[in-house]
Write a protein that binds this ligand. Structure first.
Ligand code: BTN
Length: 267
């Protein structure tokens, strides 16, 4: 571990000075790690909730559905937050939903961009992916032992740095605004906003979280295609239910609830 971040746009001291709540009071910074989620899961066994793992680069960054998360040094944000919510594991989806809400609002405030959430938890600008969330948990039969909120945001990465297969679908704050941004300022906004929404989660403000997610999403009211394992469903994205499942109206009129999958907006 390293006490100080060396990049001019990333200062752990400045982040800590601007943290308003419990999340981010303690930050473990690394120049490079395999995955911040892996480090955070190890730390979670002995650390209090609210501890944050931050890295300048990742060698084995993980995305959803077993994908690799491209994590070059000096340009982006890779953070994992340790939480220990005392909620029923069946409500676990709400953790990711509230994280997406906190990230979207924090990013909007820091950049002015019209950041939207694509179900279940992609952070989008102009229908391109700016960031993503990977929640990983350790559970006991009736409780969550810990949940790691892993967040990756493309900040100052240039379009040429993206591999060919994601160049059409990914973006960064710099690509969208034409300007370089301070990672410190963005991290502060995101952590403070997640702290606020995490308090709402712990007070079981389910309705507040779900209605804010609905306000920020680009998914509902659109024709979409969702791949779940080897199956693909096309239909109209009507709503999400109170467990965060997508309610899809199939062409037959049947409503299908989907817990997890890969969604493409068709129109
Ligand atoms: C997605 O596929 O959309 C989720 C991407 C999550 C990436 C972040 S970067 C920080 C944390 N560490 C990881 O290995 N993954 C998450």
């Amino acid at each position: 571990m390293c006490a100080l971040a060396k990049s001019p746009d990333l200062s752990i001291e400045d982040i800590k000075a601007k943290i308003a709540g419990d999340i981010g009071r303690d930050i473990f910074f690394y120049n490079t790690v395999s995955s911040t989620n892996t480090i955070a899961a190890e730390l979670a066994e002995k650390c209090a909730e609210g501890v944050v793992v931050l890295a300048d680069s990742q060698e084995k960054g993980r995305g959803r559905l077993g994908r690799f998360w491209i994590s070059p040094a000096g340009v982006n944000i890779y953070i994992s937050i340790i939480t220990k919510p005392e909620i029923d594991p069946k409500d676990a989806t709400l953790i990711t939903i509230m994280t997406a809400v906190g990230c979207a609002i924090g990013l909007r405030r820091a950049t002015g961009l019209d950041v939207k959430i694509k179900w279940p938890n992609d952070l989008m600008v102009s229908d391109r992916k700016l960031g993503g969330i990977l929640t990983e948990m350790k559970t006991a039969p009736e409780r969550i032992i810990f949940a790691i909120l892993g967040i990756g945001i493309n900040v100052n990465v240039d379009i040429d740095s993206f591999p060919d297969d994601v160049r059409e679908t990914a973006t960064s704050i710099k690509i969208e605004t034409g300007a370089s941004y301070s990672r410190t300022e963005i991290i502060v906004e995101i952590l403070n906003e997640i702290d606020r929404w995490y308090r709402i989660l712990k007070e079981m403000g389910r309705e507040t979280i779900l209605s804010e997610w609905q306000r920020l999403t680009s998914t509902l009211g659109r024709e979409v295609k969702v791949t779940v394992g080897k199956e693909t469903f096309s239909g109209f994205a009507e709503s999400i239910d109170d467990e965060g499942r997508l309610i899809l109206r199939l062409p037959s009129g049947v409503l299908k609830r989907i817990s997890a999958g890969d969604l493409t907006i068709l129109r």
